[in-house]
Design a protein around this ligand. Structure first.
Ligand SMILES: [Zn+2]
Length: 491
């Protein structure tokens, strides 16, 4: 071993010793040490090979796990990264990068004169939409310096609302052309790709042809395509066929968002959907994202109100006091039926217990599935996925239930995700990669957030590093912010 030269240039900033390294691939962990210089991983070595005193800071992990920082593949964090840039709900789970702009909903490039329509109101009111161009949004991220990195998709609903006169119709040629100008501007300034929310009224008017036109332009600029499909219930197979055909036409990486078979009559049908997706994956690049819970959450919608499954209110503009209570209890107290109660609560958000646990497990285990929280950070009483998703996959599904080994859980939230979204030099522990890192205890890591008490730290996450800097330690309520906009930047 050569002595360390005495110039500060060659010293490391951090060395992690006695680490159990999960490198983000799907292979098992190995003991070793990792050195960080600046914002990059400078060395990955077997135990005892990096000399003592070679770093400003040494971290003896005593056999604890070191993994790439987790990448939340499905978020609605567009605004929270600016408003509460510490990103405590995410960084406390070991998340170091979030993919924003999902389900057709993005903060840029659109502004509103009145209130944004659902589902755009999931991100906030008119004041939140202050970014007529993606460059404006990118600048705001730079100025905020969030606690985590941000990769941003552009939502089709945002593009449509910015350019169309009748949002329920298919876009005209002139409107498509106006959308394509915005696509170019966004991709020039670092957007990561495209999302649709064809399930939602602001996007449902777009037929497959319109979507393919927009997706093709994103593909030409190196973007990906994520879709909250038109239907996740009875017609889920038709929606998968539509998504695959759009992606094939556009020659683009497809991501099927929060894959589920919703509604009691569709429970078990992931036995049909997953083989179809797997077969299509022979022809084009496809991934899925999923969260580890059997309840979903979005706006409170009259067409989703039912007495077949439980519905919990997450926020309500006219009745903020009922957040966290079940719709059925509220209706009983008011002496009205469920639909009348929902009408009185509107605008509001809800958690719908509409999935089957066996489907959830089948989707999580599927090799093309990435982990994404789909958390809604502005809800008063949010779905626990916002604070618990990543430790829950590792602690509950991998360690406790044995659904897959811990290295597979890690791969689904690091290496796989980075490759699907083209996040350059992220998602792996390897020399030259960005030093987004998480230290955790594999024997104790687990989520603590519940439906009743949803805003709790998880257990077992010890330290989180973003771009080479220590950003969060267990229990802290402050975050040292070192995140940046990541994704494709054109030359
Ligand atoms: Zn969605």
């Amino acid at each position: 071993m050569n002595p360390i030269p005495d110039d500060t240039e060659s010293r490391y900033d951090h060395i992690f010793r006695n680490a159990l390294i999960y490198d983000g691939s799907d292979s098992g962990p190995f003991p070793g040490e990792v050195a960080v210089r600046g914002d990059r991983i400078a060395a990955v070595a077997i135990q005892g090979t990096i000399p003592v005193g070679a770093a400003r800071e040494e971290h003896d992990l005593k056999g604890k796990a070191l993994a790439p920082g987790f990448i939340d593949s499905h978020t609605h964090d567009d605004r929270i990264v600016l408003d509460s840039p510490g990103m405590l709900p995410k960084i406390s789970q070991g998340v170091t990068t979030v993919i924003a702009g999902n389900c057709g909903i993005s903060l840029a490039p659109v502004t509103f004169e009145g209130n944004p329509p659902p589902p755009m109101n999931l991100l906030g009111g008119r004041e939140a939409y202050a970014f007529p161009t993606f460059a404006d949004y990118a600048r705001a991220i730079d100025e905020a310096t969030p606690g985590v990195n941000v990769a941003a998709l552009i939502g089709h609903s945002a593009l449509r609302l910015a350019t169309m006169s009748n949002i329920e119709a298919r876009a005209s040629e002139a409107e498509i052309s106006a959308m394509l100008d915005r696509v170019d501007e966004a991709m020039d300034n670092g957007a990561a790709g495209f999302s649709t929310g064809l399930f939602y009224p602001t996007n449902a008017g777009a037929d497959a042809g319109e979507v393919a036109r927009i997706a093709t332009r994103f593909a030409e600029r190196g973007g990906v395509y994520a879709t909250h499909m038109r239907d996740e219930t009875a017609h889920v197979l038709d929606s998968i066929a539509e998504s695959v055909s759009t992606a094939e036409q556009a020659r683009i990486q497809l991501i099927i968002s929060h894959h589920k078979c919703a509604g009691v009559e569709n429970w078990g049908r992931t036995r049909e959907t997953l083989p179809v997706i797997k077969a299509a994956a022979d022809r084009l690049p496809i991934a899925i994202d999923a969260y580890p819970y059997d309840a979903g959450s979005t706006n409170l919608r009259l067409d989703l109100v039912t007495d077949v499954f439980r519905i919990m209110i997450t926020w309500s503009e006219p009745h903020p006091e009922v957040a966290g209570r079940d719709l059925s209890d509220i209706a009983a107290e008011w002496g009205v039926d469920l639909h009348e109660a929902a009408r009185r609560l509107d605008p509001a958000g809800a958690i719908y217990f509409l999935m089957n646990e066996e489907d959830v497990q089948r989707v999580l285990s599927f090799p093309l599935t990435m982990i994404g929280s789909d958390g809604l950070p502005h809800d008063k009483h949010p779905h626990p996925r916002l604070w618990g998703t990543f430790p829950r996959v590792i602690g509950h599904y991998a360690r406790e239930l044995g659904l897959f080994p811990i290295e597979i859980a890690i791969h689904k939230m690091t290496g796989l995700t980075a490759s699907v979204f083209n996040l350059e030099d992220r998602g792996r522990i390897a020399e030259g990669f960005f030093a987004d890192l998480v230290v955790f205890d594999p024997s104790t890591i687990v989520d603590r957030a519940t439906y009743e008490d949803p805003q709790l730290f998880s257990a077992g996450i010890e330290k989180v590093f973003v771009n080479g800097r220590m950003s969060w330690v267990a229990g802290a309520t402050t975050v040292h912010r070192n995140g940046r906009l990541v994704g494709r930047r054109s030359a």
